[in-house]
Write a protein that binds this ligand. Sequence first.
Ligand SMILES: NC(=O)c1ccc[n+]([C@@H]2O[C@H](COP(=O)([O-])OP(=O)(O)OC[C@H]3O[C@@H](n4cnc5c(N)ncnc54)[C@H](O)[C@@H]3O)[C@@H](O)[C@H]2O)c1
Length: 348
Amino acid sequence: MSCCSQFLYIKSLARFPIFKALTPGTPIFPQNHARVAVLGASGGIGQPLSLLLKNSPLVSQLSLYDIAHTPGVAADLSHIETRAKVTGHLGPDQLGAALKGCDVVVIPAGVPRKPGMTRDDLFNTNATIVATLSDACARFCPEAMICVIANPVNSTIPITSEVMKKHGVYNPNRVFGVTTLDIVRANTFVAELKGLDPARVNVPVIGGHAGKTIIPLISQCTPKVEFPADELSALTERIQDAGTEVVKAKAGAGSATLSMAYAGARFTFSLLDAMNGKEGVVECAFIRSEETECKYFSTPLLLGKNGIEKNLGLGKLSAFEEKLVAECMAELKTSIKKGEDFVANMKL
Ligand SMILES: NC(=O)c1ccc[n+]([C@@H]2O[C@H](COP(=O)([O-])OP(=O)(O)OC[C@H]3O[C@@H](n4cnc5c(N)ncnc54)[C@H](O)[C@@H]3O)[C@@H](O)[C@H]2O)c1
């Protein structure tokens, strides 16, 4: 790797083993041949996410799909001196070609929030987009791992799952709602408050990915941290509302894109590591679950060659966290049903 390439090394990403592999002289292992597709690759998340994926030696083929601008994004990224071959695919006619042979599909396609909107306000537009893209995944890469970023995640994961079921290709171990940004934010905020290195903090975040359904388990944080009740409550609320903090600061120009690209890349690299046989890879994600009375729920997951190897469950909760879980159930169930009903009523 040339010395210029070293500048692409992102220090904070050193917590993920794959980024360590970007240091000069590191061999590329033969099993690192993943074909990854990004659907919505020209967007605010899609572009920086694609850049991070292009920068990884784990990816050999990067397939960029969108309804706009993909020829330009693909041409631009293809000049980067890393081995992933980049292809651009524009519009529905080229969706099949984008997906054929893919091992992992990441979906950030869809409209983002504007100030005053909830994630659920995005349902009408994004439900159709996610259903259409999931339908194409079922047809062209039914065995791929599908990682959905598009909101409302609490409904889009039931949508993807129901679409895959309609095609008879649903594998619950391979469909993930990407909630990693909630973990990333929790780690950052806890580290700030306690004067810790954020790269060494790990807060599991369970539940869903909207407001009160986002439940950080500060009691399970490593290293162990303690907060007085009022601070714990304020910290929890900040994590739950962190997306809205960004939406307000961007003042109409969208929601989190750069931190989401980082989080999406972190999740994808963890998945690829696990698919390559690395042991002990754990990430939280919103998935089909038997851990609570909700059909879908995010908890820490042990990842493996075939996706979810083991659901590690909720673990021991504090009384405060138990109350948060109880309080999120009704909203989560409503969002899940909304996604399921949408697919039940749509023609594929
Ligand atoms: N899971 C999370 O934590 C999280 C965090 C932030 C944002 N999001 C969500 O991610 C989504 C994308 O956000 P963004 O800021 O990148 O939005 P954006 O508007 O900048 O980009 C969206 C992209 O999707 C494309 N697109 C629209 N319809 C499409 C279709 N049918 N097929 C393929 N591509 C299509 C658009 O052309 C655009 O390039 C939003 O739904 C947002 O709410 C999720």
